[in-house]
Write a protein that binds this ligand. Structure first.
Ligand code: BDP
Length: 353
């Protein structure tokens, strides 16, 4: 009897969950070109009776708010896909982690429950070891170096390697350089000692923070503001746009520009959903993704400037690091310990210098 009741309960729960998933669709999606079409389903299964080909309505999970450069890149991508497919393929962009934080979004995309996501390479490195390379500190000199690598053969091969993780890599977006911030004064490397620093969820970040004499607390991005506010952590690290847009500068006013990592953003699709597309539709998606990169990089450049101006105007104390050598020396053991594993990619990164 009790068992039957449990089963009925479970059944009702599944029905409610299914209804909620189906209805959840378009309501909260960012107002982009890819609005829901009438015939496609939220899961992106082909709708019948389209004259020139099947219709699809897909979802894209994004952690940042609608005005952030990655979200704008996503929307540009959706707009281009819609245009190139004569309106047959629409993509609703869900900003602000509405579909879950990055780790969960990656899992859902692997399962095919969400078709697209844009995430940082750092959490992606826990799903595909190769992507861990971007969490190694100070491996790039500047943005130009990053892009020379990303758009070269090795960068594109790396993107393709996602297929082994049930993901289809479509393109990279830019994310500048990450630096540390804290409510406590941060003027030198010494000031980091003993601080509890939030890092992105990737094992290499923990090793990096240890090597710098601080202690690492991995946690999802969306939890960082309150963790800083309540003192669960002393600091975190990110680029200017995230430092600004997340309002972390309000609760961690000292920003030291050591630029330890340049972690590219990745736009990707569920391999399951990709495999169901015709070669023509796959080409549309791939082309649109590559075309959206230029737009995203332009938006990034503008937003990075505005973010810097805004956090300075809000009274943040910004410290430039004139000599990054002691920082690089402190983390060298991490590079040494991982050089063998990442040899091919690190060689390609060096060659792109
Ligand atoms: C930002 C990335 C975002 C990450 C976030 C983080 O754009 O994808 O979630 O950092 O620190 O720069 O988790």
């Amino acid at each position: 009897m009790l068992r039957n009741k449990k089963l009925v309960g479970l059944f009702c729960f599944m029905i409610i969950a299914l209804v909620l998933t189906a209805c959840g669709g378009g309501n909260n999606a960012a107002n982009n070109e890819g609005n829901k079409n009438d015939t496609g389903t939220a899961e992106g299964t082909p709708a019948p009776a389209a004259t020139e080909g099947p219709k699809y309505n897909f979802r894209l999970a994004e952690t940042h708010p609608a005005d952030y450069p990655t979200t704008k890149g996503d929307m540009k991508f959706a707009e281009l896909v819609k245009e190139k497919s004569d309106g047959r393929i629409t993509i609703d962009v869900f900003p602000s982690a509405q579909l879950g934080e990055e780790k969960s979004a990656i899992e859902q995309v692997q399962l095919g429950a969400i078709e697209f996501t844009r995430v940082s390479s750092s959490p992606l490195g826990e799903f595909n070891k190769e992507f861990g390379v971007f969490s190694l500190p100070y491996i790039f000199d500047n943005d130009e170096h990053v892009w020379k690598f990303l758009l070269g053969d090795a960068g594109m091969k790396l993107l393709d390697s996602l297929e082994s993780s049930r993901l289809k890599g479509l393109g990279y977006y830019t994310s500048g350089a990450r630096s540390f911030y804290s409510e406590k004064p941060l003027k030198t490397l010494e000031d980091l000692k003993g601080l509890k620093i939030r890092v992105q969820e990737n094992q290499l970040n923990i090793a990096m923070i240890d090597a710098l004499g601080a202690s690492a607390t991995p946690m999802p991005y969306g939890e960082v503001y309150s963790a800083l506010q309540t003192g669960v952590i002393d600091g975190a690290e990110n680029n200017y746009p995230s430092y600004f847009s997340s309002k972390h500068y309000e609760v961690a006013k000292n920003y030291i520009l050591d630029g330890h990592q340049r972690v590219p953003e990745v736009l990707m699709m569920s391999k399951t959903a990709w495999d169901k597309l015709s070669p023509e539709d796959q080409a549309i998606i791939k082309e649109a993704a590559l075309e959206s990169i230029t737009f995203q990089r332009e938006e990034w450049a503008k937003y990075e400037k505005v973010s810097e101006e805004q956090v300075r105007a809000a009274g943040a104390t910004i410290t430039e690091v004139t000599d990054v050598t002691p920082w690089q020396e402190a983390v060298k053991p991490i590079i040494d310990a991982n050089r063998e594993q990442y040899k091919t990619i690190l060689d390609a990164i060096d060659a792109a210098r």
